[in-house]
Design a protein around this ligand. Structure first.
Ligand SMILES: Cc1cc2nc3c(=O)[nH]c(=O)nc-3n(C[C@H](O)[C@H](O)[C@H](O)COP(=O)(O)OP(=O)(O)OC[C@H]3O[C@@H](n4cnc5c(N)ncnc54)[C@H](O)[C@@H]3O)c2cc1C
Ligand code: FES
Length: 328
């Protein structure tokens, strides 16, 4: 056995050849794994302070630049332990806990998007933009990331919104089998953005279940007086795919600082009671925004959407900052 010493003083035992990821998890120290430890997602970053000079794997070469490699950054799922080690965890991972969540509500909030409410066994502190990792039933052996949609004041219960992915293991289970009263195992909170609570203008652009972190932010802002200008552009293929439409329209009616701009690619034939744009989120950016100068931007959705939106935003000016969460 080898000894892993963390910079906060904790010590963990690891067997020869065990991955750092597995050894840390066995000791109740959680690093995120979006890809199940296959080296694709790049989320399980840790810094190895000693020994120095561990050769990077091909996966690590894709996720770190030369400076990061020289500073000892590795993917915990790619490092097989072969000596004692000294390890530093990224700051945001230090408060992550393992917890049970009991399903108390589930409903479709739009076509293929299921809202799930989980009552937590222990209170959870998190920021807007945070996500939980939910373990699937044992037979799947998977753990998946789902963004929290509740405001940060909701510490004893969180909600997630799960989009049905055709052929997807956990999303199909959640849509077809998950029952009220069922207990799920989760680790949380990962990520979250203090910057999203800054003052100054903010533009959020999302599609699909990317609505979740934006709802967390909007609900948090509502509770604290909505003191910043926020525009939310949401893209859907059809009108049936607009989640939280009633809540977002009500928020727009009550908060002068909030504008909701839904974009529907295939608009309904009948007139609707709300305003929407026909096309994609990039069309809304091109047609409705005069400038993105000095605007903070938060993007949430697929890699393709994030790329297209970033290009469209840069045509309009120079955003103050761009945060994004890729859901794939
Ligand atoms: C930071 C972050 C936050 C996220 N937040 C959310 C959220 O709030 N809501 C949400 O719905 N999602 C979110 N996601 C995505 C989520 O974590 C899952 O990736 C998603 O639910 C799919 O998981 P799954 O188990 O259903 O699908 P998987 O089983 O992982 O399958 C995904 C796709 O791969 C295909 N596939 C699977 N196995 C194979 C195979 N052997 N060969 C070929 N194809 C295969 C499936 O058909 C499917 O199309 C987030 C992701 C990240 C990274
Ligand atoms: S868990 Fe995905 S890269 Fe390590």
């Amino acid at each position: 056995m080898f000894k892993l010493t963390l910079t906060d003083g904790r010590e963990v035992q690891a067997a020869e050849g065990q991955t750092l990821f597995a050894a840390l998890r066995e000791a109740g120290i959680f690093v995120p794994t979006i890809c199940g430890g296959k080296g694709f997602c790049g989320k399980c970053r840790v810094q190895i302070l000693a020994p120095e000079g561990i050769a990077p794997t091909p996966e690590e070469l894709k996720h770190f630049n030369q400076e990061e490699l020289a500073a000892g950054w590795h993917l915990a799922c790619r490092v097989a332990v072969s000596s004692d080690m000294s390890i530093s965890l990224p700051g945001e991972l230090k408060g992550i806990y393992l917890c049970k969540g009991t399903v108390t509500e589930r409903e479709l909030v739009a076509k293929d998007i299921m809202r799930v409410r989980l009552e937590l066994a222990k209170p959870l502190d998190y920021l807007p933009g945070a996500f939980v990792m939910i373990d699937g039933p044992k037979m799947f052996g998977v753990s998946r990331a789902y963004s929290i949609s509740t405001p940060e004041s909701s510490k004893n219960a969180v909600e997630i919104n799960v989009r049905l992915v055709p052929g997807g293991k956990l999303s199909t289970y959640i849509h077809e089998k998950l029952a009220i009263g069922e207990e799920l195992t989760l680790t949380a909170p990962y990520s979250g953005y203090a910057e999203l609570k800054d003052e100054g203008e903010l533009l959020c652009v999302a599609g699909g279940s990317g609505v979740s972190p934006v709802m967390s932010l909007l609900r948090t802002l509502k509770e604290s007086g909505f003191n910043r200008k926020v525009t939310f552009i949401y893209g859907a293929n059809t009108a049936a795919e607009l989640p939280y439409l009633g809540e977002l329209l009500a928020l727009q009616a009550s908060e002068p600082n909030f504008t909701y701009l839904p974009a529907i690619a295939t608009p309904p034939a009948e007139p609707q009671s709300y305003a929407f744009d026909t096309g994609f989120v990039t069309d809304v950016i091109a047609q409705r925004l005069t400038t993105t100068d000095n605007v903070a931007v938060y993007l949430c959705g697929s890699e393709g959407m994030i790329k297209a939106v970033t290009t469209a935003l840069n045509v309009k000016g120079t955003p103050k900052s761009i945060f994004y969460d890729k859901f794939n």
